[in-house]
Design a binder for this molecule. Structure first.
Ligand code: AGP
Length: 617
């Protein structure tokens, strides 16, 4: 989704804006532009369809007038295709005002008609240009950019983050947000605005939240936040625990390769500080949901999208087992519109790496309107979804830049497990001895993950060998089923290959008809030590598909000899109890998806058509 950067200070604004947009590239975009106040009473803008490189080459060839105030934007096309004209910034007040926008202005049609009636003409097909012209008109009335923005945002419906600058106010950037991301970077004699902290973390790690329906005015030495009602707001500050290098590749061939290598650390850091001296889970952030509330819950509903939803599906098994409370996992965009029955005893747990996924955010808002309690599991500090929730358990996976989620997935499962363990302890359904044992097993996972990573060579070879395959199936059972879904999603979104994940038990109810000679099937094999004897069932599933010519790649724990006669390949993972197996079994599938995409010469970090954070519904 769109990347947004704003700057006021003493640095050359182009350097800050382009550097910030570069670090926001991962959000996915198809055009880019900047506007700078040229210090001579004018505004200079440059914008192009395509990647940032096109814009930076043009700026190198034909530099803008240097200035110290500006705004920058990377656009993911919604209204109007990815063209130079539709790229942001858009101008108002006869070119004396520039504005950038992330989101969708739902009432832009009627507003555009009004502007046309008043004689305005448009150079783009975008809803954003409507906002630029409206703020330009309002500026003519108010003579002040903050007041002009305040007047206009109260007329807009939908989701928007807006930034604007005006030639008359060379050291001011004004921003406003509703249902769309914006965060403030606090510097010395300089201040920043960004879609997320990656926009300015190279310059400052002090940040300030800006809430729903709030407007911010930044100058080099001041930051003022007001509500859309014009009243001052006391905004919360926080320290960013990422550093700029964390958002860079650090020598890896891709962000995805780097982030897969960080999966052990993502799990370890998510556990850190959440196990007390007695070896029991104690999540400090859960204080927003006191123990009485946690005991009173009679149902948990997990809402998320994509990979985050699969992490929720894994967590479901554990929470039901440890806390003995029913857990449903729903795709946020389905949950939101089926008018689910919720009560104040329902806990709605949202899972989101970005914390800005509009489908999930709107579902959280719906849940709150229905009186449910809300807990956010999120990887991005200060993001919108945690701010809309009663409590948040942050995953500490660090910045996840590749569009395909990997380390966040294992961190999300870890956070779900920690929550499930604490919930079981609070509700008395998990005795302390068993809880301590499970905590110790969870604490062993980072090392086990590291050993899986170190034995990734065979899976890399398989991926290269299979580069021309047109279809891959994934089978899993119990907690292995969501892993099968995740493996399939990775192949779809990275290698653009048809892939499908199934519950292994579902095979004979239809999918087995897909099996023909040479069909590649990954099978996540449960531990032979599992109490439900699912292992034997899955081994017989392998026999059924082998009998029909499938090529089976089994992911099985070390020492499991039962699979050897039936699998063409066996990828080994360390011994772990059933609930922790997903954290290990998914790593070969992440590597496989990445390597197969690389073997096809595809962009592993920014797959086609996708954005890192889907901030539109
Ligand atoms: C994961 O590989 C995908 N890029 C996508 O499914 C993602 O998990 C989903 O869009 C949810 O994003 P979020 O975690 O930021 O809410």
């Amino acid at each position: 989704m769109c990347g947004i950067v704003g700057y006021v200070g003493s640095r050359g604004s182009i350097e800050v804006l382009m550097g910030g947009l570069k670090r926001l590239e991962y959000r996915g975009y198809d055009s880019a532009g900047v506007a700078v106040l040229d210090g001579h009473g004018g505004i200079d803008t440059r914008k192009h369809a395509g990647k940032l490189g096109i814009l930076s080459d043009d700026l190198a060839a034909t530099p803008l007038h240097e200035g110290t105030t500006g705004i920058g934007h990377t656009r993911w096309a919604t209204h109007g295709g990815p063209t130079d004209e539709n790229a942001h910034p858009h101008l108002g007040d006869e070119g004396r005002l520039a504005l950038i926008h992330n989101g969708i202005i739902e009432n832009f049609g009627e507003l555009k008609a009004e502007l046309l009636e008043r004689g305005h003409s448009f150079s783009s097909e975008t809803d954003s240009e409507v906002a630029a012209l409206l703020v330009g008109e309002a500026y003519r009335e108010t003579g002040e950019l903050t007041a002009a923005m305040l007047q206009v945002v109260n007329r807009l419906e939908g989701a928007f983050t807006l930034l604007a600058v005006h030639a008359d106010q060379p050291d001011v950037v004004v921003g406003a947000r509703r249902n769309s991301p914006l965060v403030i970077g606090l510097g010395e004699g300089e201040n920043f605005l960004g879609s997320d902290v990656a926009a300015f973390v190279a310059y400052t790690r002090s940040a300030m939240e800006i809430g729903q329906d709030q407007l911010v005015t930044i100058r080099p030495d001041s930051v003022e936040v007001i509500g859309f009602d014009g009243q001052p707001v006391e905004a919360k500050t926080f320290e960013v625990n990422w550093d700029a290098s964390a958002a860079e590749k650090g020598g890896w061939p891709s962000f995805m390769a780097k982030e897969i290598s960080e999966e052990p650390e993502a799990v370890a850091k998510t556990i850190l500080g959440r196990v007390d001296d007695s070896g029991l889970v104690r999540i400090p952030e859960l204080d927003g949901l006191d123990e009485a509330t946690l005991r009173d819950i009679d149902r948990v509903v997990v809402i998320a999208c994509g990979t985050a939803a699969y992490a929720g599906m894994v967590g479901k098994y554990a929470i039901e087992q440890w806390a003995r409370v029913p857990v449903d996992v729903e795709l946020a965009h389905e949950f939101r519109y089926r008018e689910p029955v919720l009560s104040e005893r329902t806990l709605v747990v949202s899972i989101s790496q970005s914390g800005e996924t509009m489908d999930t955010l709107m579902a959280v808002k719906y849940a709150r309107e229905q009186g449910a309690r809300t807990l956010s599991i999120c990887n991005t500090q200060g993001a919108t979804i945690p701010r809309e929730s009663d409590a948040v358990v942050y995953t500490h996976a660090g910045p996840e830049v590749a569009v395909a989620s990997t380390k966040a997935f294992v961190a999300q499962i870890t956070a779900m497990y920690l929550f499930g363990l604490q919930l079981g302890q609070v509700r008395g359904t998990l005795d302390e001895g068993r809880a301590r044992g499970l905590v110790r097993e969870l604490q062993a996972v980072p090392e086990q993950l590291a050993s899986v990573l170190s034995s990734g060579e065979r899976i890399r070879e398989l991926a290269k060998w299979m580069a021309d395959t047109q279809s891959v199936l994934f089978l899993g059972r119990h907690v292995g089923y969501p892993v099968a879904l995740e493996g399939a999603l990775k192949l779809k979104e990275l290698a653009y290959i048809h892939a499908e994940g199934f519950a292994a038990g579902e095979l004979k109810h239809g999918p087995i008809a897909l099996i023909e000679p040479g069909q590649i099937v990954f099978v996540i094999v449960p531990s032979p030590r599992d109490p439900n004897s699912l292992h034997a069932k899955v081994v017989s599933n392998i026999q059924e598909i082998r009998a029909r010519g499938a090529r089976v790649i089994a992911i099985a724990e070390a020492g499991d000899a039962a699979v050897l006669p039936y699998a063409d390949e066996v990828i080994r993972i360390p011994l772990a109890s059933p609930f922790f197996e997903p954290l290990l079994a998914v790593v070969p599938l992440h590597i496989f998806g990445m390597e197969l995409a690389a073997a096809k010469g595809l962009d592993v970090d920014q797959p086609r058509n996708l954005a890192k954070s889907v901030t539109v519904e």
